[in-house]
Design a protein around this ligand. Structure first.
Ligand code: PLP
Length: 420
């Protein structure tokens, strides 16, 4: 029976989380240096083609060890440019995850490609290498790897499969600025790698993205698609396209680049504090049977988002009721679901083939998407609980979060069930 001191708040006990959380969880953190950096560009009057954009590209080349960097107005356009640059053509199949933000997948359609969904594995929420290999056909051209929430995917296995089958890799590192795999930076593994710098990301610019690669032709293909203004500077025949480009204008706004350039200076120390905080709480939550996706010997993850896995079958309390009980404790948690992409109408109702303008032919029949596919992904997607990523928290707040979990999980049998 619950005692007065450990009675969960949802049953009338005292709240576990009472400290102020506004500052501890505030993101992005904007300093006077950030303001000055943006003001400098604003006051320069050079609002469209300011050299700060090139400086940001140099920063990212250093961060990832890549030869070429091309900023974009957002991560989505960087992905489209990346797919174009690695040569995705009509009817090419691209293996993608389903539990990700839509931008990792939807640009495939605009190259005329066919997204083929593969399962997530459960250790690090990346593509399951075995399932990826089973989905390869003679039309497969590329794999999109996403390091979900900042956890590096199984890169060695996926790269080995790509090499074996002569496939390209697009690495979507939007959640993983500063993470490493076997000592190498995330963002260094794809034929093209991209980062988003949207306002919630670990290096926020407001809106922004960047494409990285090591191959000159790939780089120039991306330039051709969305950066007509750079074509004249090229030595190759691509300069002949300068008067038209290839139809898009993807360049990054210099004021946004100035913010990202300034934020990137602080990113290592800010990532380190998030990591310290999330790892501290994770180690405690692991003692309660919660899986937390901690860094391993091979990986140094980052915490774009802090999601943990809760097994409702073991505890008997449905995850939505766990979330409600924790919220009653004052904890800012939720049980989010990625809207799984392979279940969305754009795929299940064949709208995708219209976007991609792919009429069915004998050689290329319409790809059919079944919402019941990917049972592991569907199941796994329902086990994740989201916590704040604690960018500026201290141990006192984290201890209160742990207490909230401890209280609630000690009393799972006593807690209200929504479905009962
Ligand atoms: C995994 C992933 N890829 C790509 C993107 C697209 O980035 P953006 O919002 O900058 O277009 C996001 C967006 O937030 C994302 O979460």
């Amino acid at each position: 029976m619950p005692t007065a001191t450990n009675l969960p708040a949802i049953l009338g006990g005292e709240q576990a989380v009472t400290l102020d959380q506004k500052i501890a969880n505030a993101w992005p953190i904007i300093t006077e240096q950030d303001e000055q950096a943006v003001l400098d560009v604003l006051r320069s009057g050079n609002l469209s083609l300011h050299p700060i954009v090139g400086e940001l590209e140099e920063d990212y080349k250093k961060l990832t060890g890549r030869q070429f960097a091309l900023t974009h107005n957002n991560g989505t356009s960087a992905i489209l440019a990346g797919l174009h640059a690695i040569g995705i053509q009509p009817f090419d199949e691209v293996i993608v995850p389903s539990a990700t933000w839509w931008s990792s997948v939807m640009p495939v359609l605009h190259c005329g490609g066919v997204p083929v969904f593969a399962e997530l594995e459960s250790d690090c929420l990346g593509l399951d290498p075995e399932d990826v290999e089973s989905k390869i056909t003679d039309k497969t051209k590329a794999i999109v790897i996403v390091h979900l929430f900042g956890v590096p995917s199984k890169i060695d296995e996926l790269v080995a499969i790509a090499n074996k089958h002569n496939l390209k890799i697009l690495e979507d590192a939007s959640h993983a600025h500063g993470a490493t795999y076997k000592g190498n930076p995330i963002g260094s593994f794809g034929d093209v790698s991209i980062f988003s710098m949207q306002g919630n990301k670990l290096c926020p610019s407001g809106e922004g993205g960047i494409l990285l690669c090591d191959d000159q032709d790939t780089f120039e293909s991306a330039i051709r698609l969305g950066h007509y203004e750079r074509l004249l500077n090229l030595e190759s025949q691509n300069k002949y396209f300068a008067a038209t480009g290839f139809g898009f204008k993807f360049r990054m706004a210099p004021m946004a680049a100035a913010l990202a350039h300034s934020q990137l200076k602080k990113m290592p120390e800010r990532n380190a504090l998030r990591n310290k905080n999330c790892a501290y709480l994770s180690r405690k939550l692991e003692t309660l049977g919660i899986e937390t996706f901690l860094s391993t010997n091979d990986t140094n993850r980052v915490y774009f988002e802090f999601l943990v896995r809760y097994n409702e079958n073991t505890s008997g309390l449905p995850i939505t009721d766990l979330a409600k009980a924790l919220q009653a404790e004052g904890a800012l948690v939720s049980a989010p679901r990625y809207p799984l992409l392979h279940q969305q109408p754009v795929f299940t109702q064949n709208v995708w083939s219209k976007i991609a303008r792919l009429p069915a032919t004998k050689e290329n029949p319409i790809h059919v998407y079944d919402p019941a596919d990917l049972p592991k992904t569907i199941l796994g997607n329902g086990t994740l609980l989201k916590l704040p990523s604690f960018p500026s928290a201290d141990e006192a707040l984290l201890d209160q979060y742990f207490l909230a979990f401890e209280k609630v999980l000690e009393h799972t049998n006593d807690l209200p069930r929504t479905d009962c």
